[in-house]
Design a protein around this ligand. Sequence first.
Ligand code: SAM
Ligand code: DTB
Ligand code: SF4
Length: 329
Amino acid sequence: MLTHAETRSQPRNLPGAIRHDWTQAEVLALFALPFNDLLFEAQLIHRRHFDPNVVQLSTLLNIKSGGCPEDCAYCPQSARYHTDVEASPLLSLDEVVAAARDAQSRGATRFCMGAAWRSPRGRDFESVLGLVSAVKSLGLETCATLGMLTAEQTERLRDAGLDYYNHNLDTSPDYYRDIISTRTYQDRLNTLQHVRDAGIHVCCGGIIGMGETRTDRAGLLLTLANLPRHPESVPINMLVRVEGTPLAQSPDLDPFEFVRTIAVARIVMPASYVRLSAGRTSMPESMQALCLLAGANSIFYGERLLTTRNPDQERDREMLRRLGIVAET
Ligand code: SAM
Ligand code: DTB
Ligand code: SF4
């Protein structure tokens, strides 16, 4: 395995070098490789940077569900769509700490708190600072996803003990306007910049299967890979089609195309954790194993994502055991 410092000193064209000058043609050429060649290259690069038999486990908790003013077409928590999700207030400190302790006792090392907000405000933001400090003091890595942040908010979250901030670009700059109208791609990039400037690790990825083209999938990965620094975590979500959302009837995506997306993410961001995120309940374990072979090395672990189901923890433990994969400690 190479350290970050070693990878920086490699020539730019060596496979596995950290680059920020990918072209769309290069990324599309990776997508177009024969499947076996693509997976082989991704696995080779993966092994230069990571132990191939270790995955990182993150547990999610929805600390503030539903009633969100934004119009993200995939999201069951938007107040604009008629879904089964009801709006509820921010969870209490005790509720969050109990959930974090439980996640920790089951083997999670990172605890991610999600809130259905456009951006955090007022007393709610002050309460989140308390939640972050409390979870951090349990010895867990802390992560939050709260919507857009100002520079001042990111600094306060850092000071409270926030290790990671999740804020996804979701799709390519071109397809983005078909999915969300209430905030711009640039708004998202601005929040990511504040997170970087505050010294918080960046968790940023997107959703596959929203009716986008391969060029859009390449465009998302190209944007992520050409950021001044790669996100430390890159969640690749398969769209969870939720009744009542505009994307509920999106057509099925070829599962191999999803695996290819993971492999290309691994190749263009060699030292980042690539998370096989939402959508695992609709994937056979054979497909999940292919994703792990393609370079995914993190999963959400716990029976719920935010509002939808994730595989049972027992089942995940058994899958990892059968694959000879151990959890990162
Ligand atoms: N409200 C905050 C925001 O959007 O920035 C934070 C929570 S939001 C639910 C976090 C991410 O979850 C979204 O950016 C999106 O990538 C992902 N997500 C939401 N609904 C999804 C779905 N139905 N399928 C897959 N991913 C989804
Ligand atoms: C991310 O990229 N995926 C997670 C997390 N970041 C916050 C959320 C997935 C949500 C799936 C739909 C739901 O459960 O509501
Ligand atoms: Fe709101 Fe986040 Fe859902 Fe968009 S993804 S509607 S901002 S909760």
